[in-house]
Write a protein that binds this ligand. Structure first.
Ligand code: UD1
Ligand code: CA
Length: 447
């Protein structure tokens, strides 16, 4: 264990009753990721030895989500919500033998910045609290600071009128030495206005032990917690504003920043150009110099350098676009790899497929990948030419340099270099159109 070892405890047991939801609060999504995912990614920025999430309401669902988001995180159950101090106590068995700093975060507070967390974790005081000057201090805990540092935290409910005048408030984030936490946590009592075990009482207990407590401050914006749908919507707006600003700082062109929507894990390379009304769901990477034209929806996909997508394209999970690939309007791509230079210009669905280098997919092509029960694969070789309106009934393979005739229903494999035509032969009846029209008009007149 290194000297500066960090462990993170994320409190996520609360019900969040003001969300009016059957979903546990920390699973509501912000930037495409559950709230607890934001706390986990903040935690990860500290390169901690351990991350422990305290669950309670909806613990099964929360535990499942945490396992997906961060397989190394551990979950512990707080079966009764007896307060923030009690919640942290539930994590202590997991921290047995751990030496270093314990950083405590909330699962419903997604904006604490990495720099702020680093400042807390590296602070030399025995206990550090993240505070902020509140525009409206409302019901936050108040930080009582003297020239000897942080003296105590007084919860709003327990505060007298003078203490309520203090505007320096507790964000809830705290960092303290693991041994000190173990020593003090058993001394917490629930003898207070709320009848809860307050984590905040650790400050006065540490001071009584002669330890040093201090405050690190941050912008109020970072401490924004989510308790209602309205706050979730405000948080989403803030998340998007920050993501847009960051993308532009990183050298991405956003034609209309206000209509570009990012997810927590969106990665976009320098000199990429993003048009108006583009939505990035979770799991998207766009390489340098790629262009996403207006009105596209991307999720779980990768777009390589030089590729162009849209307008009006949908890239679903597993879409992998190689260099210089072109995906045009009204094209949907799922679980499909497009090798370098492949082109899918118009009105096409490709699912569970592999498209070789420089292959051209004609307008209206569909991979018929689903038989009602199972999904099947379509493989198309390099430099192939798929005629417009081809139905590729999977499983099926079209070889390299092969072609399909327009309107074909391809049910059998097509060898390299072959041309496959699978459609009814055309019959042309001379003069029949003229005669048919005349007959129809005559019938209408006699009605
Ligand atoms: C807490 C702080 C308060 C601070 C405020 C900031 C205490 C006693 N008070 O108050 O000083 O200004 O946060 O928002 O710590 N939780 C559990 N188990 C529990 C209780 C809470 O996991 O038994 C979790 C909640 O899910 C939530 C977080 O801890 O994520 C904070 O709990 P909450 O009840 O919102 O605390 P506040 O009363 O707002
Ligand atoms: Ca709260």
């Amino acid at each position: 264990m290194s000297e500066n070892a960090v462990a993170v405890v994320i409190l996520a047991a609360g019900q969040g009753s003001r969300m009016q939801s059957d979903l546990p609060k920390v699973l509501h999504r912000l930037g495409g990721a559950p709230l607890v995912g934001h706390a986990l990614s903040g935690a990860r920025s500290l390169e901690p030895e351990q991350v422990i999430v305290v669950t309670g309401h909806g613990s099964e669902a929360v535990t499942r989500a945490v396992a997906k988001l961060d397989p190394d995180a551990q979950c512990v159950l707080q079966s009764e919500q007896l307060g923030t101090g009690h919640a942290v106590q539930q994590a202590l068995p997991q921290l047995e033998g751990f030496q270093g700093k314990v950083v405590i975060l909330y699962g419903d507070t997604p904006f604490i910045g990495e720099d702020t967390l680093a400042a807390l974790a590296s602070h030399t005081a025995d206990l550090v609290v993240l505070g902020f000057e509140a525009e409206d201090p409302g019901r936050y805990g108040r930080l009582v600071v003297t020239d000897k540092g942080l003296e105590r935290i007084v919860e709003y409910k327990d505060a007298d009128a003078a203490t309520r005048q203090i505007v320096l408030c507790n964000s809830g984030v705290m960092a303290l030495d693991a041994d000190l936490l173990r020593l003090l946590i058993v001394r917490l009592s629930d003898d207070n206005a709320a009848g809860e075990y307050y984590l905040t009482d650790l400050v006065a207990l540490a001071r009584a032990e002669g330890r040093r407590a201090d405050v690190v401050t941050c912008d109020e914006e970072e401490t924004l917690g989510i308790n209602t749908r309205a706050e979730l919507a405000r948080a989403e707006a803030l998340f998007q504003a920050r993501a847009r600003a960051r993308a532009m700082e990183d050298g991405v062109t956003l034609s209309d920043p206000g209509s570009t929507f990012f997810a927590l894990d969106t990665v976009i390379g320098r000199d990429a150009i993003i048009g108006q009304n583009v939505v990035f769901g979770p799991g998207v990477t766009v390489e340098s110099g790629a262009e996403i034209l207006p009105f596209c929806h991307l999720e779980g996909c990768h777009v390589s350098a030089g590729a162009t997508v849209g307008p009006f394209a949908r890239l679903r999970p597993g879409a992998e676009l190689g260099g210089d690939v072109h995906v045009g309007n009204f094209v949907e791509i799922k679980n499909t790899v497009l090798d370098e230079g492949a082109k899918v210009g118009h009105l096409t669905y490709l699912g569970d497929a592999h498209v070789g280098e420089a292959t051209n997919i004609g307008a209206g092509t569909i991979t018929c990948n689903y038989d009602g029960v199972m999904k099947h694969r379509t493989t198309i070789g390099a430099r192939a030419f798929i005629g417009s309106d081809t139905m590729l009934v999977a499983p099926v393979t079209v070889g390299a340099d092969a072609m399909t005739g327009s309107g074909s229903v391809i049910t059998e494999d097509v060898p390299d270099g072959a041309l496959a035509i699978g459609r009814a032969r055309q019959a042309t009846k001379l003069g029949l159109a003229t005669r048919l029209m005349a007959a129809l008009r005559a019938r209408k007149e006699t009605r």
